[in-house]
Design a protein around this ligand. Structure first.
Ligand code: AMP
Ligand code: ZN
Length: 492
């Protein structure tokens, strides 16, 4: 059976299949890189990763795009306050985001699209909207979308927009969540403000147009699936639909997936409540990235997840239980032959696992199928009833489980330095976004190699060479610390 997924647009669970002959096109709203990602953000990204991995497991070819919003009001304000250009300001958080994805075992999409690299596409789209009478220039030089020109406005969020004021505008990206107003497509620069010189004048794009332009650039005017957290449904996604469909006359995304929010101890996560956690906060407290990832999948994406530290401890134990079970299987020492009832239970677990995910990505049921198998197999093994021929099919089911959940492999060295898989990431990124890599691309292996080279140079009393290596690493943000136990490094 193909995957069935709830579609916010139709309000129904529908089959998700690509159009014939094409990979499945997915546009995932990515992070705004003004700060480190928090665990709520990663709940959304982990579920999109579960979706991605499950589709791949089912053999669906993908064309998955994630944007990185590296220009918006918050970024402008914070960069100005820090006395930095927006590029300087966001570079650190872009890198951190990629490191966090890697630490959480989140696969990179086929394309990572940075907003600042797509300004011409945004300008082109706005010009098209002006030509069609759906957008207008305000007296300050900003451009706005005319909501009254799009009768379908509200079809995604099912909002009653009766109180909508024609011509009322908003300039900022942070919206009064309940009101629909003509929204800014292009914001004219105020004196001294960072801007691009374009045919629309000096300014910068609004947030919504970024996603419309980048989705169209990589996936075309109509594509299969658009994802994001539930807060993006209105106005962000509603505005994307209005812009894109007004320009193209086609249905923008056929299918919309919205991930419900993560709460902390039953409350909305917020800095003022002191219950706000970035991924790094948890890693620094000694929690493992695998346990965090696993916890984030414990509740299906259409229900809120209540994050607690007890839950995180449970998750840690659950991952441990799975790993020691795999170890037990590899260790062997089982009697020869095949236990039929366990064999059948294994097949059943495999079927239930797949069926749960096909049913609107029910991660909780999928996990339950696996834990049931582990419990059963362990108790068979305790009674010497797990036999040699039972091992391969069980490992096979676990491999399918881990192709999606990605927690079995122990890559939890993430406490003080995040688990980086730069070597793999570099290749992918070099294709998708070479600029993202420049300056940060040194893999752990490459760093270790350079350190060895430096040690050898020092031994040979070639201090000029040793210093040059240290300096080169420092320029790439790698700090070396000489200690009695040898040389240690960390990223600045
Ligand atoms: P942002 O960086 O704020 O643009 O958010 C990145 C993604 O995280 C978006 O898809 C948001 O909808 C999502 N998101 C933000 N807060 C939460 C939360 N508490 N739980 C789940 N997803 C969230
Ligand atoms: Zn978006």
């Amino acid at each position: 059976m193909p995957l069935h997924l709830y579609n916010t647009l139709s309000g129904q669970i529908e089959e998700l299949t690509p159009r014939t002959g094409r990979p499945l096109g997915i546009y995932a709203c990515g992070p705004t890189v003004y700060d480190y990602g928090h665990i709520g953000n990663f709940r959304t990204f982990v579920h999109v990763d579960i979706l991605r991995r499950f589709l791949k497991l089912q053999g669906t070819p993908l064309r998955h795009v994630m944007n990185i919003t590296d220009v918006d009001d918050k970024i402008m304000t914070r960069a100005a306050a820090a006395g930095q250009s927006i590029d300087e300001y966001t570079a650190k958080y872009k890198t951190a985001f990629l490191e966090d994805l890697s630490a959480l075992g989140i696969e990179l999409p086929e394309f990572l699209a940075r907003a600042t690299e797509h300004i011409p596409q945004m300008v082109g789209l706005i010009e098209k909207l002006v030509e069609r009478g759906c957008a207008y220039r305000g007296e300050n030089g900003s451009y706005y979308f005319r909501i009254a020109s799009f009768p379908g406005y509200g079809k995604l969020s099912k909002k009653d927009l009766g109180g909508m004021e024609d011509g009322a505008r908003v300039d900022v990206d942070e919206y009064d969540k309940d009101s629909a107003r003509d929204f800014a497509l292009w914001k004219a620069a105020k004196p001294g403000e960072f801007h691009w010189e374009t045919s629309l004048g000096a300014g910068r794009p609004g947030w919504h147009i970024e996603c419309s332009a980048m989705a169209t650039e990589y996936l075309g005017e109509d594509f299969d699936l658009h994802t994001g957290g539930e807060d993006l449904m209105f106005p962000h996604h509603e505005n994307e639909i209005a812009q894109s469909e007004s320009a193209s006359g086609k249905t923008f995304a056929r299918h919309w997936m919205h991930i419900r929010f993560l709460l902390v101890e039953g409350k909305k996560m917020s800095k003022s409540l002191g219950n706000f956690y970035t991924l790094r906060d948890l890693l620094l407290r000694g929690y493992k990235s695998s346990a965090i990832r696993f916890l984030l999948t414990s509740v299906p994406y259409r229900n809120q997840l209540n994050f607690t530290f007890d839950g995180l401890t449970e998750s840690t134990n659950a991952v441990e239980r799975l790993r020691s079970f795999v170890e037990r299987l590899h260790k062997g020492g089982f009697p020869a032959g095949r236990n039929i009832s366990l064999f059948e239970a294994t097949e059943r677990a495999g079927r239930n696992f797949t069926a749960a995910l096909e049913d609107d990505l029910n991660t909780a049921e999928a996990r339950a199928a696996i834990f049931e198998l582990v419990r059963l197999a362990n108790s068979h093994a305790d009674r010497h009833e797990l036999q040699t021929e039972n091992v391969p099919p069980i490992l096979d089911v676990l491999a399918r489980f881990d192709a999606v959940f990605a927690v079995l492999e122990d890559r939890d060295d993430g406490v003080t330095r995040l688990a980086l898989d730069w070597a793999a990431m570099e290749n992918r990124l070099n294709e998708a976004a070479p600029e993202l890599v420049a300056g940060y691309a040194l893999s752990a292996e490459a760093i270790d190699r350079l350190i060895e080279e430096r040690n050898a140079a020092r031994k040979a009393r070639d201090f000029a060479r040793a210093d040059a290596i240290r300096k080169d690493l420092a320029e790439k943000g790698i700090v070396l610390e000489d200690s009695p136990g040898g040389v240690r490094w960390r990223r600045k």
